[in-house]
Design a protein around this ligand. Sequence first.
Ligand code: FES
Length: 116
Amino acid sequence: MGEKKYRWHRIAGSKEELLLNSPNGICEIRIQEKNICITNYREGLYAFSAKCPHAGGYLSEGYVDIQGNIVCPVHRYKFNLANGRNVSGEGYYLKTYPVEIREDGIYVGIEASWLF
Ligand code: FES
C-alpha cells in the first residue's frame, strides 16, 4: 500500500571510511537490532541482511562475484545485490536495504513500519 517509508541512518562519513577495516570489501554494521552487510560494487553501495536466508551463513565472510551477486561462504548460494534474488535458483530471498551516498555521508534506509 503506497510507497515504502524509510528511516535513514547515517553509518559513515564516506565509502572509504566505511570499508576501511574490511579487507574483503564487505563490512557488517548493526542498525536497530539488525545486522546488515554493506559492500561496494561498480561504484554503488549495497546493503543486505548479514545472515544467509538458507541456513544463516555469515555473508560478510562471502564474496561478491563479477555479476554483482553476494556468494554465501557456506553452500555458495548466490543472491543479487540489488534485489536479493536468489540467482543460483534455490528459491530463497535475501533481504536488501536501500543505501544513499549523500554529501554528508552514507545512509541506509530501514522501513519505518519495522520500528513499531
Ligand atoms: S547457509 Fe548460505 S548457502 Fe547455505
